[in-house]
Design a protein around this ligand. Structure first.
Ligand SMILES: [Zn+2]
Length: 431
């Protein structure tokens, strides 16, 4: 089936911040068949034509998430990362069942779709249940199967082997992809990180880990080895291949040079870093060095939402504050970090931009709103999208050409029932 979407404008999601007014997007077999100005469009033929009273943007790509942690939203408020983990999160996670993860991911996925997020990189327990959940909601996920030495978890070697097995048996249709998610250098022994990296390269899997989230987390490793965490990872052959490092708040020039040399991508999580007072990542430095950067919400217990569009605004604001410069991160660049830039960062060039050949993951934002006035020129549509808090104006969402949000409501799941389930399970887990 062919469908033609017409819109007031298309925001492409590229680095330059291209906005195409009076635009047409043709969708066929789950892909964008054509996109551009209506004046240049090919004949519609027998396509179903849908006229949208707003702008069309690419589905947002959340580069770092532990979405099932919606079960812990708001808990541990006011604690720094180490106490938040040890006193609040880990005791709750010790009681977590696979069913909890399945329900929580379904709810979280619906929440993300509602906010225009069509793909997320997930690192959490029960990866098959995460995959099943996005199968129900209709979203996409890149699931970095966790490797974390917690009580009750199998040995790390077994967790790693299970993840590789999952990846080997995934459908390969672009909806769910598995990667390896060794938590961090301060929690997973270096020989296992090296092995995980080897396996990731061998199988073309994403290797996703946390790096330099707080100022102190690398201190023990530095004392033991005399090297920063990035240098240590390079020395142990962990870098190279498809590596995605979350946070990267506390990197010095040498670390950034290593990231550029090994083409390590960064998942920048400004809302989580702000809430937990971890610091402000040097995003301008990263981009100037050609480092790939995508924006992530991080888990909804440290954000506390999954509203990536809100984090686009925060990323721009914090980068400007960090550099004391109103051009430190432009609105176009900030939006790109959640779309085309994020797709590059996670190694998925089939996502993230409204461009012929890419998957038809599309978001319709209604511009008939006071927050979208005035529009002096087309570029204002993009700046309003970034600065005016537009996720509440997301009206329709398609994933691979299939519509999963209609007029502001997720159509694939019963949202009210999910609310009740999340509330009940969260109460049990809080103990
Ligand atoms: Zn994280």
């Amino acid at each position: 089936m062919r469908q033609r979407l017409t819109a007031r404008a298309v925001v492409v999601g590229d680095r330059a911040g291209t906005v195409v007014p009076d635009a047409v997007v043709d969708v066929e077999d789950g892909r964008i068949a054509w996109a551009g100005p209506a004046a240049d469009a090919p004949p519609a033929g027998d396509a179903e034509v849908v006229a949208l009273p707003g702008l069309l943007a690419p589905g947002l790509v959340n580069a770092h998430s532990h979405a099932p942690m919606v079960l812990f939203r708001g808990q541990g408020e006011g604690l720094p990362l180490d106490r938040w983990l040890r006193e609040v999160m880990w005791p709750r996670e010790a009681r977590l069942t696979d069913d909890d993860v399945g329900v929580a991911m379904t709810a979280a996925s619906a929440e993300m779709l509602r906010g225009g997020v069509t793909t997320s990189v997930e690192m959490y327990f029960a990866p098959e249940r995460i995959a099943a959940a996005v199968g129900v909601t209709g979203a996409r996920a890149v699931i970095a199967a966790p490797m974390v030495p917690l009580p009750g978890m199998p040995p790390l070697e077994e967790q790693m082997a299970a993840a590789v097995d999952l990846a080997a048996h995934a459908a390969g249709d672009g909806t769910v992809e598995y990667g390896l998610g060794p938590h961090a250098a301060y929690t997973v022994p270096l020989p296992l990180l090296r092995r995980a990296a080897e396996l990731s390269r061998e199988h073309g899997m994403l290797l996703h880990l946390h790096v330099a989230e707080t100022a102190t987390e690398g201190a023990d490793l530095l004392a033991a080895h005399g090297l920063s965490v990035p240098s240590l990872l390079a020395a142990h052959d962990v870098l190279g291949g498809r590596v995605l490092a979350a946070h990267c708040v506390h990197l010095d020039d040498g670390d950034l040079e290593l990231w550029a040399e090994y083409d390590v991508a960064v998942a920048h999580c400004p809302a989580s870093n702000a809430k937990l007072a971890s610091g402000i990542a040097p995003v301008r430095d990263m981009l100037d060095r050609g480092i790939r950067v995508g924006l992530g919400t991080d888990g909804p217990a440290s954000n506390d939402g999954l509203d990536l569009l809100a984090d686009v605004r925060l990323a721009a604001g914090l980068a400007r504050l960090r550099e004391c410069s109103a051009t430190a991160l432009t609105a176009a660049e900030a939006f790109w970090l959640a779309t085309g830039g994020a797709a590059e960062a996670i190694g998925r060039p089939d996502l993230g931009q409204v461009e012929a050949g890419r998957r038809a993951d599309l978001v319709h934002v209604d511009t008939r709103d006071l927050g979208f006035e005035p529009v002096g020129d087309d570029a204002d549509l993009l700046t309003h999208l970034v600065w005016s808090g537009a996720s509440r104006l997301v009206r329709d969402v398609w994933v691979g050409g299939r519509q999963v949000v209609v007029d502001g409501a997720v159509t694939t799941v019963d949202v009210a029932a999910l609310r009740t389930e999340v509330a009940g399970r969260a109460a049990r887990l809080a103990g």
